[in-house]
Design a protein around this ligand. Structure first.
Ligand code: GRG
Length: 295
């Protein structure tokens, strides 16, 4: 289990409750788009990004409740990226979070719009729920989130990823794709929590370095799961990277070396937390669980 401590499970439950209140009801017109948004956000997903935001806020000395709108926003934007990633024009996947993908249920047009709507809903959720006195921190946090989702972040990474299909990449080129495609949002999740918790500069720096290494390790383990996981547990189709001739760590350096490099990044992530002392323990536990995850 990746959220391997009671406080991480507690944060996950709080995020799920809050997502339910921040998302428009599926009885609100136009019903179909709200149903499609809820279909992909609710009832599935590990909530790692949102949990990282709450832990980072706590570690920085803030109140986790103050970071809840930001934790939900990063989960909404993540869900948007998954819906779009699964579309026929992208990875054309049938299964996500153990269920048929959004476009399989709602059709391509609504799935595309549900993704778009989750991006804007994430932004509006943060703007509408700024805790009193945290206006400046929320402005900075929101900027982190949209920047990480941009062409110099998640979208840029996806563009490079598409261009790399069927090509032989160097490890450095692949690392840049992963830093943007997956790492940017994970890094932003941690920095948002740090900013909202009014972290001291050295704490924010530690959270940032941790996020960068964890983000890279997370995508390498995602590659390994695509090759080795049990589809039932993974909740998405296995072997799809091979089928699409995707550039992945195992494809470039082999399975054993990919595992070694993921371990190296996890060690780097944990070492970055040294300035946090005891309070970094929960993030260390989470990083170690990423290495052994089965979904
Ligand atoms: C088309 C405008 C437009 C944007 C699309 C699709 C996209 C931008 C970006 C894709 C980025 C992406 C899907 C990266 C993969 C990241 C990844 C490892 C996802 C799986 O994350 P988990 O395991 O999933 O945390 P759960 O389901 O647990 O939340």
């Amino acid at each position: 289990m990746i959220l391997n401590r009671p406080e991480l499970q507690f944060y996950k439950a709080k995020i799920e409750e809050a997502l339910d209140t921040y998302l428009p009801s599926s009885s609100c017109a136009p019903e179909i788009i709200h149903a499609a948004m809820r279909y992909s956000v609710c009832g599935g997903g590990k909530r790692i990004r949102g949990v990282l935001t709450l832990v980072a806020c706590d570690v920085a000395g803030g109140r986790w409740e103050d970071a809840l709108p930001a934790a939900c926003a990063v989960e909404m934007i993540h869900a948007y990226s998954l819906i779009h990633d699964d579309l026929p024009c992208m990875d054309d996947d049938e299964l996500r979070r153990g269920k048929p993908t959004n476009h399989r249920v709602f059709g391509e047009a609504i799935a595309l719009l549900a993704g778009d709507a989750l991006l804007t809903q994430g932004i509006v959720t943060m703007l509408d729920h700024i805790p009193v006195g945290l206006e400046q921190a929320y402005y900075q946090a929101l900027r982190e989130l949209v920047q990480a989702s941009s062409t110099q972040g998640m979208i840029g990474g996806q563009v490079l990823d598409l261009a790399a299909e069927g090509k032989q990449l160097t490890l450095d080129a692949l690392k840049l794709i992963y830093r943007w495609k997956t790492g940017a949002l994970i890094r932003a999740a941690l920095r948002m929590g740090g900013l909202i918790g009014r972290a001291e500069p050295q704490v924010l720096e530690a959270l940032t370095r941790y996020g960068e290494a964890l983000g890279l390790a997370f995508q390498i383990t995602d590659d390994l799961l695509d090759l080795q996981a049990d589809q039932e547990i993974l909740g998405k189709t296995v072997g799809s990277d091979l089928k699409k001739q995707k550039a992945t760590y195992p494809a470039v350096v082999g399975i054993d070396e990919a595992h070694r490099l993921a371990t190296e990044e996890i060690n780097r992530a944990c070492a970055a937390l040294a300035p946090l002392g005891e309070s970094g323990k929960v993030l260390i536990a989470l990083a170690e669980a990423v290495l052994h995850r089965d979904h």
